[in-house]
Design a protein around this ligand. Sequence first.
Ligand SMILES: Nc1ccn([C@@H]2O[C@H](COP(=O)(O)O)[C@@H](O)[C@H]2O)c(=O)n1
Ligand SMILES: C[C@@]1(CO)OP(=O)(O)OP(=O)(O)OC[C@H]1O
Length: 159
Amino acid sequence: MRVGIGYDVHRLVKGRSLILGGVEIPYHLGLEGHSDADVLVHAVMDALLGAAGAGDIGRHFPDTDLRYRGISSLVLLKQVINLLNARHWEVGNVDAVIIAQAPKMAPYINRMRENIARNMFMAPEQVNVKATTTEKLGFAGRGEGIAAQAVACIYQGQR
Ligand SMILES: Nc1ccn([C@@H]2O[C@H](COP(=O)(O)O)[C@@H](O)[C@H]2O)c(=O)n1
Ligand SMILES: C[C@@]1(CO)OP(=O)(O)OP(=O)(O)OC[C@H]1O
């Protein structure tokens, strides 16, 4: 069994959609990035790749590659799972936290969890998503960006 950690930050800007865990959240700002900038899914992918000793998302999906421009991060998540499965890794569970002063994530958490689990070929019970503010401290607290952290546990499946 192995564990991995993932952390990502994206800047909040005007003129972009706010997509977290594959859910489009109504808000006057969205996250800037080459892909859909789904910071939550990025943290989950990095946790999975880290657990497998397989680098990080920047290495697998470079932001200089036009194929990834505007892509749904859930599509990339599925590719990460396929990569892990090809190395005989199965995922035990994933736990993640979104760090955002606003908007309120609670109404969307279950859909995020279901989206992430579905794209990992897992049951929703194997995925946990949480949210916290930073009590208005730091970049997240000032609403300049959103961060996410994740941990993943993987194990070698039957060959
Ligand atoms: N963007 C957010 C942040 C937090 N929540 C929920 O509120 C609870 C309390 O947050 P604190 O930062 O004050 O501890 C937290 O446990 C989440 O359930 C949220 O929905 N969206
Ligand atoms: C996901 C990728 C895919 O091109 O693009 P971004 O959305 O910019 O995300 P980031 O976390 O900055 O880096 C990983 C990128 O390679």
